[in-house]
Design a protein around this ligand. Structure first.
Ligand code: NAD
Length: 424
């Protein structure tokens, strides 16, 4: 089976290539990818090339296939898995495999599996670890988004708190407590807000979301309004910290100087980590969610507070399979809607440029349709582009109909009517 895929050969050396996939072994599965969303972590993997933790050293000779947020359909099932998986079923993948203690993951470490491709061979490790998940939803793009949402779900579950005199870690955020999401209106921050407000477990009493980007803050507020938060029992506050003389003081005042029980840091910025440390309440838990691209990334932490205030840190990278199942269930019940993360759509050949330039492209998630071929297109530009392109004109109508969000109806229309297709 031929595939067309984006392969990483070295730092920022991404190539769209067509090549033959090996025939599947009895413990492997051949699959068609339909959507893959681009993650800031793809940008970091591309930027670092072989020096990235998850990327093998010999990619110059054995390039890996990029992309780990993907959804598609099963095409051929190896003998060993025939009782469990069926041809034609839709799937989503939990890529943080943790296979025998390695960091190997689809989209970073393998030659024949990565989401920016038309077809992939799913290696046995994915099935062995139960990381190939059936996806029953009607929109492929939501299946792709289950992966980034699972990272957020995992983050909330990894937070922990303690009780004086006990050595037991109580997992999860403080119910009814103060939660701060710093740098919180990028796509991952939006997902964290959605989960904090709408999950069926613990919710904060107060949620303070900071950022330095006014446009992103305004969009976040239009998606997750103060009223909606209130209806879910949460006092929600958006705060632009840019230009504040003393952001820590302002954030502390918002909690009557109690501080924050839980703090998520969504950008790898030293000053932000130090800000997070400074606003922790007694027994406060800081999650350094953002992945740094420098191996010597460090920040100062107040160890007086570690000792006397029981403040502590966790860091999560990816979610686990239960987190992925929880994401899928919350989506299927309509409790969370990760569609808000998507601001752009595109075809396969638009991937390399989008990945390399990701930090400078405004907006949120870029959802790539790997069998289609059209430039990266902002949802906001569809109406204008639609003046010369009837497909975009109809997509603009469908996006408008769904409150400005990418949606299953628009996806179906795009897949049926986009005439520029990747050669099969
Ligand atoms: N832990 C995981 O499992 C996991 C999974 C996916 C992504 N990530 C990482 O999470 C981070 C967030 O992802 P994203 O796609 O939302 O990234 P993003 O870069 O789009 O968003 C980060 C936000 O940080 C804001 N920001 C930057 N510097 C700031 C500062 N000094 N003060 C306040 N705000 C500031 C930006 O305005 C932006 O809105 C990235 O580092 C990404 O690599 C982690």
């Amino acid at each position: 089976m031929k595939t067309r895929a984006i392969r990483l050969y070295g730092a920022n050396d991404l190539r769209l290539e067509e090549f033959e996939l090996p025939p599947i072994a009895s413990d492997e599965i051949l699959a068609k990818v339909v959507t893959n969303s681009i993650c800031m972590s793809d940008h970091k993997a591309a930027e670092q090339g072989a020096s990235h933790k998850r990327v093998p050293n010999d990619i110059d000779k054995n390039p890996i296939m990029l992309g780990h947020e993907f959804c598609g359909e099963i095409v051929e099932v190896g003998e060993q898995w025939k009782s469990k998986f069926k041809v034609g079923s839709r799937f989503s993948i939990q890529p943080a495999l943790n296979y025998q203690g390695t960091l190997d993951a689809p989209g970073y470490s393998f030659r024949y599996i990565g989401g920016d491709a038309t077809y992939v061979v799913i290696p046995h490790q994915v099935m062995d670890l139960d990381c190939l998940l059936p996806y029953e939803g009607d929109a492929f793009f939501l299946g792709s988004l289950a992966e980034p949402v699972s990272c957020v779900v995992g983050t909330f579950h990894a937070m922990y708190h303690t009780t004086n005199g006990s050595y037991v870690h109580d997992m999860g955020i403080v119910e009814g407590g103060n939660l701060a999401i710093l740098a919180g209106v990028g796509p991952m921050g939006l997902s964290a807000i959605d989960y904090a407000l709408h999950n069926t477990g613990r919710k904060p009493g107060r949620l303070v979301v900071t950022d330095i980007d006014d446009a992103r803050l305004a969009r976040a507020q239009s998606l997750y309004s103060l009223e909606d938060a209130k209806a879910n029992g949460v006092e929600l506050i958006y705060l632009n910290t840019k230009g504040l003389a003393d952001p820590v003081k302002t954030m502390m005042e918002l909690t009557d100087n109690h501080g924050y029980d839980d703090v998520l840091v969504m950008a790898p910025v030293r000053a932000l980590v130090e800000q997070a440390d400074a606003i922790l309440a007694k027994d406060g838990c800081l999650n350094f969610f953002a992945g740094p691209n420098k191996t010597d990334f460090s920040a100062t932490m107040n160890f007086y507070n570690v000792h006397y205030g029981s403040t502590h840190i966790v860091g999560t990278s990816g979610g686990n399979t239960d987190d992925m199942r929880e994401s899928l269930a919350l989506m299927e019940k309509g409790l969370i809607n990760p569609a808000a993360m998507v601001t752009h759509i595109g075809g396969l050949s638009a991937v390399p440029e989008a990945v390399i330039n990701l930090p400078s492209i405004p907006g949120g998630k870029k959802m790539m349709y790997t069998h289609l071929d059209f430039p990266l297109t902002a949802l906001d530009d569809l109406a204008e582009l639609g003046k010369d392109n009837p497909v975009f004109a109809e997509l603009a109508v469908l996006v408008e109909k769904h409150n400005g969000l990418w949606n299953a109806e628009a996806e179906k229309y795009l897949m049926e009517h986009c005439t520029k297709r990747v050669k099969e």
